[in-house]
Design a protein around this ligand. Structure first.
Ligand SMILES: [Zn+2]
Length: 192
């Protein structure tokens, strides 16, 4: 099980493995906000409840460039694991097809890796578009690409326990949780 880490401000930051959480707590850098389940996590010196939520003792400033970083994992999650050109979902792809990153303006023509220039494309559509602009290829994304909220992405690729969901709702409201509800868990990414 993984643990949800909150900033000192209670802003949900990310999920971290329990082993790392244990060290943070022992070193006094984080406090356990909620534990889940009865199974204690044993270390050499003490027994801790299994933490579900921790809160950093000191506020951590998260650089904007980190939040904006585009990885395929997050890109596919933003686009709901669906090719933005032919609309097929990852489970509808044929054998040997996979999800890829497509640049609306190709890198070779001055395009960037910014969120607003990249979309999820199946390998067939990506090949068809090749080195062309959308208007040249006649291929337009079904949703104009946008920069998503980092926390939405974090949750789109991971499973959320009920206790952890409570803290997302607390900070972002129900809309954020609903937006995540329709997305698929990370398991499908193994196909890509
Ligand atoms: Zn496609």
């Amino acid at each position: 099980m993984r643990c949800l880490a909150l900033n000192a401000s209670f802003e949900p930051l990310t999920v971290v493995p329990v082993r790392r959480v244990r060290r943070l707590v022992i070193e006094g850098k984080a406090e356990i906000v909620e534990a889940e389940g009865n199974e204690p996590v044993r270390s050499e010196r003490l027994v801790l409840p299994r933490p579900a939520i921790i809160r950093l003792v000191r506020f951590v400033h998260v650089p904007r460039r980190f939040r904006r970083q585009v990885t395929n994992t997050f890109l596919f999650a933003r686009d709901e694991y669906r090719c933005q050109y032919c609309s097929r979902a990852v489970h509808e792809l044929r054998h040997r097809e996979c999800l890829t990153r497509d640049h609306l303006v190709p890198l070779s023509r001055g395009g960037t890796n910014d969120w607003t220039n990249v979309v999820t494309a199946c390998s067939s559509c990506n090949t068809k578009k090749g080195n062309q602009l959308p208007e040249e290829a006649g291929l337009y994304p079904r949703v104009p690409p946008h920069e998503p909220h980092f926390v939405h992405l974090s949750w789109a690729v991971r499973r959320l326990t009920a206790t952890q969901a409570k803290y997302i709702r607390l900070f972002y409201g129900d809309a954020a949780l609903r937006a995540l509800g329709g997305l698929q868990p990370a398991g499908v990414l193994t196909l890509a």
